[in-house]
Design a protein around this ligand. Structure first.
Ligand code: UDP
Length: 551
């Protein structure tokens, strides 16, 4: 399959880089315990049974992001020393699970021989179909690679059905951190990521002295991206200052959508595409594809990435591409990670309909020198470090479930000394490390700070504004009546209900709400009626998935 050979080439090409990173991580983790896991990797979207729509398009400009990510996951799990089985067909899946051929939908006769299973939504469906009742038993071992993410409100079947959180991907009632995303979209999911090629000192120097300041490359492999409205105007401006290059796939003739003044190289092998980026000064996005790997590669190769701001933001509520995806996330530009986590001088997010703003950006970009930049979390070492931490610490099969809501007035609510210390402004609590805490909790609880959101803000945003990140595993510590008290919030009544925004307070009516269903704890979401209690934590510079003491 073309998809598998693309992945194989990528792994081979990055092998030395992976090896060096693995050695550095080994030094860093010296003496730490590391268990070897038996891991099944079932890439569902590549199976014939799921239709395998991607493989035939690999050489025709179709999406490659998923294959980039799976190749990197394979490399990382292998280098971390785990024992791997990889399947890309239903038959192999059945044989590894121990389902006899011809039999489907029955419980497994032997215990599942894998500690962990990495798969995707297609694979999840196939496993459910072929494991019968065993699926429920073993689903805590599954990790779902899910590009755009799944918010808790869409994951919980009963709640999603009642409240109209529709998705085309099913309702799986998994722990939301079992879903692993391509970018750190929402802390409700785990951030898996991928890697980009790294440069050594000599290469950086070489790139800097060989940049062609008037060369721009357009982001996108398919001719359809050139159909964007208003392109004549902004392309004319761009063409005044820069020579425009493209890597648009074509069969025999130049695609009619691509104007004649564009130098089109056709779809390039990944390695040659990187070489083109090394020469170019600007990588420019036309609005599609969303949130792919290419802008990170461009920035890593010393380009400036210029993209359109989306106003209003695109989401599953207003845009066809996101419709049916299990998230309400509002996408404020083609690549929000580049916008929010990288920003200027590497990333410019401007209004393409405003010719002055667009032209001013181009003029400045042509003049400025920008160094190649790759966030640590997208280096091989960063990815190895993150996956190592997940594998050693995330355990969704442990029986200790979060505390259940107390019935009426339980004595437990009055007795234990408070583990939270009150800060002077009373909308903020910090965890007091001297108080009793769970030594097995991961992330460690002393990184917790509780903030009360404004009514217009989700917890994601509330934490972000304080230089912190929302940590959903900490919700259980603040889902208690006494936390309202410590925050000086007056509650005339307190109810336990199922709502992904709870715990929260409806301030004007003094009604307090606690979460009845732990699967619905969610960093995402807001409603102007409520101020939410938000669990925030610190994070390592360049590695948002991990808190300072998380390794
Ligand atoms: N890419 C490539 N040849 C090209 C242009 C891009 O191999 O001519 C690769 C690029 O290196 C990146 C991958 O395509 O790793 C996917 O990039 P993109 O951001 O376009 O995401 P997609 O929409 O394909 O998922």
């Amino acid at each position: 399959k073309e998809s598998l050979s693309f992945m194989k080439k990528r792994i081979r090409h990055l092998a030395q880089q992976w090896l060096r990173a693995a050695r550095r991580l080994e030094q860093k983790l010296k003496g730490r315990q590391r268990d070897q896991k038996h891991i099944l990797i079932h890439i569902g979207f590549l199976t014939e049974e799921s239709g395998d729509v991607f493989s035939p398009r690999v050489l025709k400009g179709g999406p490659l992001g998923e294959m980039v990510q799976w190749a990197d996951i394979l490399a990382a799990l292998f280098l971390l020393g785990h024992s791997l089985r990889v399947t890309v067909s239903l038959k192999e899946l059945q044989s590894h699970l121990g389902v006899p051929p011809g039999r489907g939908n029955c419980p497994l006769t032997n215990p599942l021989p894998f500690d962990l299973i990495y798969t995707d939504y297609h694979g999840l469906q196939q496993m459910k179909q072929h494991m019968g009742l065993s699926f429920k038993k073993y689903r805590c071992r599954v990790r779902v690679i899910d590009t755009f993410g799944t918010e808790p409100a869409y994951n919980h079947e009963e709640y999603a059905t009642l409240r109209g959180y529709r998705t085309n991907w099913g309702y799986w009632n998994l722990q939301p951190t079992q879903f692993m995303t391509m970018f750190p979209h929402t802390p409700d999911n785990s951030f898996m990521g991928f890697v980009s090629e790294e440069l050594n000192k000599t290469e950086r120097q070489f790139i800097k002295s060989n940049k062609v300041s008037s060369m721009a490359v357009v982001y996108g492999k398919e001719a359809s991206i050139w159909k964007v409205g208003g392109k004549e105007k902004f392309l004319a401006i761009l063409n005044k200052y820069m020579e425009i290059h493209g890597t648009v796939y074509y069969e025999t003739q130049r695609p009619p959508e691509v104007p004649a003044f564009v130098k089109n190289h056709g779809l390039l092998p990944q390695h040659e595409f990187q070489q083109l980026l090394r020469k170019a000064k600007l990588f420019i996005g036309f609005g599609f594809p969303y949130e792919g790997p290419a802008p990170l590669e461009a920035i890593a190769n010393g380009c400036v990435f210029l993209q359109a701001r989306f106003n209003p933001p695109h989401s599953s509520l207003n845009h066809e591409f996101f419709r049916g995806k299990p998230t309400s996330r509002e996408v404020s530009s083609q690549h929000p990670y580049a916008e929010d986590f990288i920003g200027k001088p590497h990333v410019w997010t401007v209004d393409y309909n405003n010719s002055e703003e667009f032209e001013a950006a181009i003029k400045t970009i042509v003049r400025t020198q920008v160094d190649p930049y790759l966030p640590y979390e997208y280096t091989c070492e960063g990815m190895l470090e993150r996956i190592h931490a997940y594998i050693q610490h995330q355990d969704f099969c442990a029986t200790s479930s979060p505390p259940l809501p107390p019935k009426a007035k339980s004595p437990a609510m009055q007795s234990p000394p408070s583990p939270l210390a009150l800060s002077p402004n009373a909308t903020h609590l910090v965890w007091s490390p001297s108080a009793s805490r769970d030594p097995h909790a991961w992330p460690p609880v002393d990184s917790l700070q509780v903030w009360v959101s404004e009514t217009r803000h989700a917890c994601t945003e509330t934490c972000r504004r304080r230089g912190l990140v929302c940590e959903p595993t900490f919700f259980r510590f603040l889902n208690k009546k006494e936390v309202f008290l410590q925050l000086s919030i007056t509650c005339d009544s307190t109810e336990y209900e199922m709502n992904h925004l709870y715990p929260a307070v409806a301030e004007n009516v003094h009604e307090c709400y606690l979460q009845k269903e732990p699967l619905l704890f969610s960093c995402a979401g807001y409603n102007t009626k409520y101020r939410r209690l938000c669990p925030c934590r610190d994070y390592r510079k360049g590695q948002v998935a991990l808190c300072r003491d998380c390794l």
